[in-house]
Design a protein around this ligand. Structure first.
Ligand code: GLN
Ligand code: ZN
Length: 774
């Protein structure tokens, strides 16, 4: 039996890589210093795993930005716009230009596109392919890192994305071909890499093919067969570990099991049932090994040794110990680095901490699981096993987790709880009477600039350098100034500006029971950007109102409507580490009830318009289409529960951004928000087609300018976009607003842009009046 790790976090336990990369980009350290910082992280990671006793230690899991981009460079799929850079500059600058764009010395190239890595919050750089795409070995990073580890006496298992998944991850940049057909051009480069690794005496090579967990067509499936047979024919001595993760093999199982590889890696956290399927199928080639992904690579909970051992023993009973590897479910880049660094006993209490494991602890888990399963250590005599049982039992019964009131409330939800009192048509009449808004009402998405100053108040408040009173006074002043600014600009529906919020999920998590936070639980999101998701460990409830005070204060300053601003249940769930002892849908429903209470309290406090943001609703979609309906069902229901406690004349808004809406438009309509504001300007209102074709019944605010750019749009541009919108959506259904929140912008741009936006709305109103008077 062996232990097999699929990848280790490369950001460094203290985000060393982030710090070094950002210094390099700012011109403050040299390329050599950055390269050294990377090297140091790799050496630490390898040593840590070697000392822990991992048998198959990955290499090439390190990356200065993204592993897909690394491979793009390795196979030389460099888009034409970077060819000049490829000739003249250092390879590091070429690499970062592809990742982030480059604007210097008269050069101006845009970055490659970035998108989410399957259903994680990691983002990769999308390969760009053309019809006559050529591939040629361009970077030897894979081989160099193997040699680097070997020089330390560690023979690693190089990890690279498999050729089929690599092609499928990319995009066709011109018409007239399918990227999967590039396989014959691509394979020779893989052969060259394998050849070089073989001559350096690499024994195992891991090829990640997570597309095996997705719905594939016949051609894609056949390509797997062809590719792995060819690899096997040319390199019969190399042991290929074919890694699939994030879901079951599903209908690809038979194809997969016929592939001539040394080892299949299975994600038994996401799909425990596939172990039985494989063992019972009798289709596993004699001699092929199974790598059992029993330790969750994507969440932070301590492994349940008893459960994992059951799975491992089931496999050893059929295949024998020698054919079994013990592994995390996927690469550990989706886990924070090291629980030992969590030393703040107040936020992360010792009781909760004993339920957790980060990457370093997960490495230890696979090692001890192997020792237990191979009987190298007798579990009956092991204190570590005992501690694991105690911790897991404690978690099951802990008072911290279970709140019977919350459970009762969830089980008593009735069919009317997720429905507004009346249909949209009836609500609309009440809202028109109650709100008295003009045609093309203007609003914003919630946040106004979070300046360095505002952030410094929060930092000082946290350090105790500002009293609560002083901090609140500062936030009140900023809020008041923002209300005055919106009044002067002539915006119709105001917001308070969200200055009191650090982050749209953390702010709520900090006030909800059942949540806790880590000090250093960072996970890479993209490039140097890391996120620190809250931890939902127990039943969620809302001890006190969370936003009412601020909304009420803002509303007291003005006769105009101030919109209350909340984060929705699905987004809170999606951007947290979620407990794994009950279905996600259950946790989401608990959050929904907490948000519902807040919505009702806002209404009671005189807030007539309330926005519940759900930018992450699409991110939660399962990888396999056949599972979409179940997810959408509970996700939409959770939103509706949160929104349905109010009267007809209270207007509920939602906001979503940067996603495709076409294939879930029915579900968006089912959310039944009175108004939805969406991102639209970058696609020149193309996104709106989905809403128009569908005849979306409620009101819509298609974003009229891109808040990600400091550029100030003119009112003419916005009028043009609004005219496009008005051509497909009835004008009395349209709102006018930016794409998303303004927190990342500066005040001067924001002022100029909103003045233009209001002018655009006025022009549209005048145009409609003209038509009416004709
Ligand atoms: N209300 C939030 C804001 O304005 C919405 C942010 C988002 O969509 N991600 O910042
Ligand atoms: Zn947004």
């Amino acid at each position: 039996m062996k232990t097999n790790n699929l990848g280790y976090p490369r950001i460094g336990s203290n985000r060393e890589l982030k710090k070094a990369s950002e210094l390099y980009w700012a011109g403050k350290i040299s390329a050599d210093e950055l390269i050294d910082a990377g090297k140091e992280i790799r050496l630490k990671n390898w040593k840590l795993q070697a000392e822990a006793g991992v048998d198959l230690i990955p290499s090439n899991d390190f990356s200065f930005y993204d592993q897909v981009l690394d491979l793009t460079l390795a196979v030389g799929a460099i888009p034409t716009r970077y060819h000049e850079l490829a000739k003249s500059n250092s390879s590091l600058d070429l690499y970062f230009a592809m990742a982030r764009g480059a604007q210097k010395n008269g050069q101006d190239v845009v970055a490659m596109e970035m998108t989410k890595w399957f259903d994680t919050n990691y983002h990769y750089i999308v390969p760009e392919f053309t019809k006559n795409q050529k591939f040629a070995l361009f970077s030897e990073k894979i081989i160099n890192e193997f040699k680097e580890a070997k020089a330390l006496g560690i023979v690693t298992k190089p990890v690279l994305i498999g050729p089929v998944s690599y092609l499928l991850l990319g995009k066709e940049k011109e018409e007239g071909f399918e990227r999967i057909d590039l396989i014959d051009a691509l394979l020779p480069v893989y052969f060259e890499i394998l050849e070089k690794l073989q001559s350096e005496n690499a024994e195992y090579i891991q090829l990640d093919e997570p597309f095996l967990a997705l719905n594939l067509n016949d051609k894609e499936r056949n390509t797997f067969t062809k590719v792995y047979n060819e690899i096997n024919k040319r390199f019969p001595k190399i042991k290929i570990v074919l890694a699939n993760y994030f879901d079951c093999f599903g209908e690809n199982l038979t194809t997969a099991l016929a592939l001539p590889v040394d080892t299949f890696h299975l994600d038994l956290v996401r799909c425990p049932s596939q172990l039985d399927d494989i063992l019972e199928s009798g289709q596993l080639n004699p001699g092929t090994n199974l790598s059992l992904g029993v330790v969750d690579g994507r969440n932070i909970w301590k492994n349940d040794f008893t459960k994992s051992l059951e799975l491992i023993q089931k496999a050893t009973a059929v295949l024998g110990e020698n054919r079994i590897f013990v592994a995390p479910s996927c690469s550990l880049i989706h886990s924070p680095c090291d629980l030992d660094l969590e030393t703040n006993n107040e936020t992360l209490t010792p009781e909760i901490k004993q339920w957790l494991a980060f990457a370093k602890q997960k490495i230890n888990e696979i090692v001890v699981l192997k020792k237990f399963a191979s009987k190298e250590v007798d579990i009956k005599l092991s204190a570590e096993y005992e501690r694991n049982v105690v911790a897991n039992n404690n978690r099951k019964t802990s008072k911290l987790i279970h709140n019977n009131e919350v459970k009762a409330r969830v089980s008593n939800i009735t069919a009317s709880d997720d429905k507004r009192k009346s249909t949209f048509a009836t609500r609309r009449t009440s809202q028109i009477d109650a709100l008295n808004l003009p045609l093309f009402p203007t609003t914003t998405i919630g946040s106004f600039p979070q300046t360095a100053e505002v952030r410094s108040w929060r930092a000082k408040f946290k350090k105790g350098e500002l009293t609560t009173q002083q901090y609140n006074d500062l936030i009140e002043k900023e809020t008041e100034a923002t209300i005055r600014f919106q009044e002067e600009t002539g915006i119709d529906v105001l917001v308070h500006g969200e200055f009191e919020r650090n982050d749209m999920v953390e702010y709520f998590g900090e006030q909800l029971a059942g949540f806790t936070f880590t000090k250093n639980g960072w996970v890479q999101s993209y490039g140097s950007r890391c996120v620190k998701p809250p931890v939902i460990y127990g039943d969620v409830s809302r001890p006190n109102p969370m936003t009412v005070k601020w909304s009420q204060y803002a509303q007291s300053l003005t006769p105009k409507w101030v919109k209350g601003m909340l984060t929705g249940p699905v987004t809170i769930l999606q951007w947290s580490f979620v407990r794994n002892d009950q279905p996600r849908s259950e946790t989401c429903t608990q959050i929904a009830l907490a948000i519902r209470d807040e919505v009702v309290d806002l209404e009671k406090a005189g807030i007539k318009i309330i926005q519940i943001d759900e930018p992450a609703i699409r991110e939660g979609l399962p990888l396999r289409k056949e599972e979409w309906a179940t997810y959408l069902d509970w996700a939409v229901k959770a939103f509706r529960i949160s929104a349905s406690g109010v009267n007809d004349d209270t207007q509920i808004h939602t906001h979503m951004c940067y996603s495709e809406f076409n294939d879930i438009i029915q579900n968006i309509a089912d959310m039944d928000a009175d108004v939805i504001t969406i991102e639209c300007s970058r696609s020149q209102m193309e996104l709106l087609d989905a809403f128009a074709d569908f005849k979306y019944p409620n009101e819509i605010g298609p974003g009229v300018y891109d808040i990600h750019s400091p550029r100030v749009p003119s009112s003419e541009e916005m009028v043009q976009l609004l005219e496009k919108a008005a051509a497909v959506i009835p004008v009395d259904q349209l709102w006018v607003n930016p794409d998303c929140g303004l927190k990342t912008r500066h005040w001067d741009e924001t002022k100029k842009a909103l003045i233009e936006m209001v002018a655009a709305a006025q022009e549209m109103r005048a145009a409609v009046e003209n038509i009416v008077s004709l």
